[in-house]
Design a protein around this ligand. Structure first.
Ligand code: GLU
Length: 303
């Protein structure tokens, strides 16, 4: 059975970019008659705050999403990540590294040859020499990544397990059959596929969604798209906007609850209608705590 997931990092409230990933993963799963799970990727303690876990779950509920099964919170149990690191060390492809981040940036790491013992304050890295550079994306077709790092961090020197390691461990234990996420993570995909192989697992399928970029091509700022989506839009407006940005039909959504809107959209989900390029969205900044004039700039965007 098809099993997808939405895996936000609780480093802030749900913003439009995350909503687009959630919508893509959710619609794809429902349209395949499958289920979609929720996972909170909160291992990077300095970036994540407990209140954001709660607010993300509350916002998703308000936006009409119903995820199957229990929410997996990564920080609840670190053992699966440690076990995976040990398995990777035993393949000889992972190694203990004593380089600082600066040294890694300045010159190739030579630690693999040194066979160093693990100690507090040392990192564990994976040699990336044999990572295959080609993979298939269910939406974009065959992709080739020419630039890959020499090595990949698995466990940081402060003891925190890396995103790539934890993501693979969890996609395996949640039995994910297809990963749907933003294309900012395309460069992680070959590394993750390689981790599946080293761990003796079959990789899921991958499907990357377009990103939302600011009108000047620059980074999203808190004043525009990265603003919490429910601070700016009503739930129904936010759902309509997400559907519109994903190229989906907005017909016959009038009067439906957000949850019914997702069901309706999933019943006619059109993968080919999702834009191939990143999406430039020209929302005017809204000063924080001040309602938008008229309160529904979403309608202006969607009609
Ligand atoms: N936690 C990641 C993020 O919020 C997404 C990870 C994934 O979907 O693989 O950007």
């Amino acid at each position: 059975m098809y099993c997808g997931r939405f895996a936000p990092t609780p480093s802030g409230r749900l913003h439009l970019g995350s909503l687009l990933s959630a919508a893509g993963a959710y619609l794809r799963a429902l349209s395949q008659g499958g289920e979609c799970l929720l996972r909170l990727e909160d291992l990077d303690r300095p970036r994540c705050r407990p209140e954001y876990k709660d607010s993300i779950c509350a916002d998703l509920k308000t936006l009409g999403f119903t995820f199957s099964d229990q929410v997996l919170v990564q920080s609840d149990d670190l053992n699966p990540y440690q076990e995976a690191v040990e398995q990777l060390l035993s393949t000889g492809k992972a190694f203990v590294c004593r380089c600082s981040r600066r040294q890694i940036r300045e010159r190739p790491c030579q630690c693999r040859e040194l066979n160093l013992p693990y100690k507090k304050g040392r990192a564990i890295r994976l040699d990336c020499e044999d990572v295959p550079r080609d993979f298939y994306d269910e939406r974009l077709g065959s992709l080739h990544l020419s630039l890959l790092p020499d090595s990949l961090i698995l466990k940081r020197s402060d003891g925190i397990f890396s995103y790539n390691l934890a993501c693979v461990v969890d996609d395996v234990r949640q039995h994910i059959t297809e990963v749907v996420r933003g294309s900012d993570l395309i460069s992680s995909t070959p590394l993750q596929i390689y981790l599946y192989h080293l761990l003796g697992r079959t990789p899921p399928k991958f499907l990357h969604l377009p990103l939302i970029v600011a009108a000047d091509g620059g980074k999203l700022s808190k004043q525009n798209h990265a603003q919490p989506v429910l601070e700016r839009f009503t739930p129904a407006e936010a759902v309509r906007l997400a559907l519109k940005l994903l190229g989906q039909s907005l017909d016959d959504l009038q009067g439906l609850t957000p949850s019914e809107m997702w069901q309706q959209a999933a019943s006619r989900f059109d993968l080919a209608a999702i834009p191939r390029q990143d999406i430039t969205l020209n929302l005017q900044p809204v000063p924080q705590l001040t309602p938008a004039p008229g309160g529904n700039d979403c309608n202006q965007l969607t009609q």
